[in-house]
Design a protein around this ligand. Structure first.
Ligand code: SPM
Length: 344
């Protein structure tokens, strides 16, 4: 292991994973180079750029022809779980960065823009959410945001990869703090199987905080999964899923919208936010409601701005407010045309 690279005490550094996912994981085509982490050349992660030495470059078939780069100060952790490559590095401008299979999941500096929006867009759209399920989200950031809601009594989370939880606890304490809330029940396992076993009508809200639809999260973007989500929600319950970038993935978004339109008989909406370290700098969310008490996602009826109960623990919200909530549903014309066509 390169000098300066720390491994979480109980984290295996070798994985039994078959090599078949190598091509899909976004790292396979990349060369290894010294990322400034002080380690031996051949032992550094595949995603440290060979093009600009000492920089991490995010290259993937999901965004061909472009790569956002961050300067690496130090590699803090690299490991291989049963599901994916896990990397943590200290960047020079975005704090610590969590990378799965070569793709940035969060940085300390801009994680608020994603975690706050994926949690509060659904939870501020319904009155008194009580039971919430998070699928994925093993870093704990979405839990941190859900637990700001004082009406919530129970928060289940199903994350497939324990290494993500362990690494977050070790390197991102301000994100993993979400696990410390006594309302949280952590299940390590497959979110698809977990949902299938959930009794009908259990949750008020389900949040799907997944990685991209290549690798372990692929099924979370497919129609049978959305059907399981709808079944697990109460009448008028809501789901918010990570739904990619309007600049890069309109074809994926079109499919998600079309699937959701068939499954969810309440409303189906697309919203977006800015996340500077995600490809194209934007990230979208699919927000749907089951048939029942109507939900108008564009008009938050359960504002969190006034709820100060967790300010002492977590600090104030950094990104979300009621104005940005409503604005998130305003789409550029090119996106609106495609999404409205599929949604109606
Ligand atoms: N809790 C944070 C986990 C982040 N989950 C979403 C990560 C998405 C990364 N890829 C972005 C690609 C943009 N199209």
């Amino acid at each position: 292991m390169p000098e300066g690279v720390q491994s979480a005490t109980d984290l295996p550094l070798k994985r039994p994973r078959e090599e078949e996912n190598q091509e899909a994981n976004g790292c396979a085509a990349m060369e290894v180079n010294n990322g400034g982490g002080g380690g031996a050349l051949e032992e550094l992660p595949e995603c440290i750029s060979a093009v600009i030495p000492g920089w991490f470059s995010e290259i993937s078939p999901m965004w061909p022809g472009e790569a956002h780069s961050l300067k690496v100060e130090k590699i803090l952790f690299q490991g291989k779980s049963d599901y994916q490559n896990v990397l943590v590095f200290q960047s020079s401008t975005y704090g610590k960065v969590l990378v799965l299979d070569g793709v940035i999941q969060l940085t300390e500096r801009d994680e608020c823009a994603y975690q706050e929006m994926i949690a509060h867009l659904p939870l501020c759209s319904i009155p008194n959410p009580k039971k919430v399920l998070v699928i994925g989200g093993g870093d704990g950031g979405v839990l941190r945001e859900v637990s700001r809601h004082s009406s919530v009594e129970k928060i289940d989370i199903c994350e497939i990869d324990k290494m993500v939880v362990d690494v977050s606890r070790q390197f991102f304490p301000n994100v993993a703090v979400g696990f410390d809330d006594p309302r949280v029940n952590l299940h390590i396992g497959d979110g698809v199987a977990f949902l299938k076993a959930v009794p009908e009508g259990t949750y008020d809200a389900i949040i799907v905080d997944s990685s991209d639809p290549i690798g372990p999260a692929k099924e979370l973007f497919e129609k049978p999964f959305f059907a399981s989500v709808a079944k697990a929600l109460r009448a008028g319950g809501v789901v918010c899923t990570q739904a990619e970038s309007i600049w890069l993935h309109m074809h994926i978004i079109e499919d998600i919208v079309a699937n959701c339109r068939q499954i969810f008989e309440g409303s189906v909406n697309y919203a977006w936010t800015t996340v500077p370290t995600y490809p194209s700098g934007v990230m979208g969310f699919m927000l749907c409601a089951t048939e029942g008490p109507s939900v108008d996602f564009k008009k938050p009826i359960n504002p969190i701005d006034a709820d100060i109960s967790h300010v002492k623990t977590y600090g104030p919200l950094k990104f979300y407010n009621s104005e940005i909530h409503s604005a998130a549903f305003c789409l550029p014309s090119f996106a609106r045309k495609v999404i409205d066509a599929k949604a109606n």
